[in-house]
Design a protein around this ligand. Sequence first.
Ligand code: 8YV
Length: 312
Amino acid sequence: MKPRVLQHGRLMASLERALAEHFDVHPLWQEADPKAFLRAHGGEFTGLATSARFGADRALMEAMPRLAVIANFGVGIDTIDLEAARERGVAVSNTPDVLTDCVADLALGLVIDVARRLSAADRFVRRGDWPKGQFPLATRVWGKKLGIVGLGRIGAAIARRAGGFDMPVRYHSRRLVENSPYEYEASVTALASWADFLVVACAGGAATRHLVSREVIEALGAGGYLVNISRGSVVDEAALVEALQAGRIAGAALDVFEDEPNVPPVLFALDNVVLLPHIASATHETRQAMADCVLANLRSWFDSGRLVTPVP
Ligand code: 8YV
């Protein structure tokens, strides 16, 4: 008998097909009344496939008393209640490493876009404004100071790419990274004061909520740019919007927001802001590698009781 796996939200079509080959999968997202379904059938499932978007909260785990494993499509596990999982002895996997380089590529893309105003210049051409006059000058990227919040796998990959643009790099993390070639700043505010570009690459969740506070945004200052490819929760979005409207920072490039898919509409009118719909890992190659990782974790768990990429 195939293990019974509950699928929380929609996943990539290829992953849904692969999961259905190996497991007895039930799509919770197709249920008109998911709570009623869980009350009647929650006890049948030993596995859960979910994504960074849908996560797994305590209530869901409580409704699945035999749950043993959660496989998350995504590296960020801020929407999974890890404490509830630990209390129940539920193993959790995520998809680290395979998305690092695509996310870092996008971060550099955003740095270049917001500084050189690529998206704004594209809008300028499409509006038919070019024959009417010159596009305004932009800001140089190479050689500018790049501050990275969170020097994990993704932060380090961003730092390596910044080297190609001769950008001095400093970082702030929960703790100093041993043998790092980059200088450590003891606070995010100090990092922001130093940086021309502040790139947020730390994990989301309660511990980093509004780490990029009003004070940090003020420290970045009128010449500074904020780039976020981590989680919207890390940035005080209301403070950021105010600073952008008042011209107290130079611009922002955001792949993530506090209340996705809702973006503060006031940002739509600002030409110095780049807005993306959470696509940092969204390449064919990386998303397939993430799908393979989810499948490998579930197969390994049900074959051997071990995960390939467990969340510690
Ligand atoms: C999402 C992400 O997984 O890995 C993460 O933490 O945020 C993304 O790669 C993806 O958008 C699916 O929800």
